[in-house]
Design a protein around this ligand. Structure first.
Ligand code: S3P
Length: 174
């Protein structure tokens, strides 16, 4: 592999960032870093607990530190960002400068289907009866930020895991 930039995955909750990231990391022989995991390591409590204690701003501040730390690593990593990491302009700049940024995209209905058993750990979805509508709303609000940050867009709705990873890794190799 000649391309030693970080491989960075962005996109909505349920887009497949963690699954695709872990698989790509195995294929590349790289370490996989999940920004949400770094945040929970820093805080010593879960994402939902951080939101409950300090609100979304408290979470976003920790997320910014985690993005900064991962991007600054001298080791080539595969980095999966939480869905809202791109809301921060400084994160957008850091991510784009630090590696190949891939936006994993899927329709809100697909995201909602994938997340149907995983809403509770996600404070921005918990308490909303219509998960698909909430995801559609968030996707629309964030589309500009994803587009601005990404070097490449890969649709995950109509591809299996191997297909998504091939599309991602092909670009890294160029
Ligand atoms: C969030 C996505 C979550 C997590 C937090 C906020 C978001 O990560 O960072 O609940 O704003 O979209 P995943 O995208 O990995 O679910």
């Amino acid at each position: 592999m000649s391309d030693d930039r970080h491989l960075i995955l962005i996109g909505m909750m349920g887009a497949g960032k963690t699954t695709v990231g872990a698989h790509c990391a195995t294929l590349l022989g790289r370490r996989f870093v999940d920004i949400d995991d770094l945040v929970t390591e820093f805080a010593g409590i879960t994402v939902a607990e951080i939101f409950a204690a300090d609100g979304e701003p408290g979470f976003r501040a920790l997320e910014r530190s985690a993005v900064h730390e991962a991007c600054a690593s001298s080791e080539s990593l595969v980095i999966s960002c939480g869905g809202g990491a791109v809301l921060d302009p400084a994160n957008r700049d850091s991510l784009r400068a630090a590696g190949l940024v891939v936006w994993l995209r899927a329709d809100a209905a697909v995201l909602a289907r994938r997340l149907r058993h995983e809403v509770t750990g996600r404070p921005l979805l918990a308490g909303d009866d219509d998960t698909a509508a909430r995801l559609a709303e968030l996707s629309e609000e964030r589309a500009g930020a994803y587009e601005e940050t990404a070097h490449l867009v890969v649709d995950t709705g109509d591809r299996d895991l191997d297909g998504v990873c091939s599309a991602v890794l092909e670009e890294l190799d160029r």
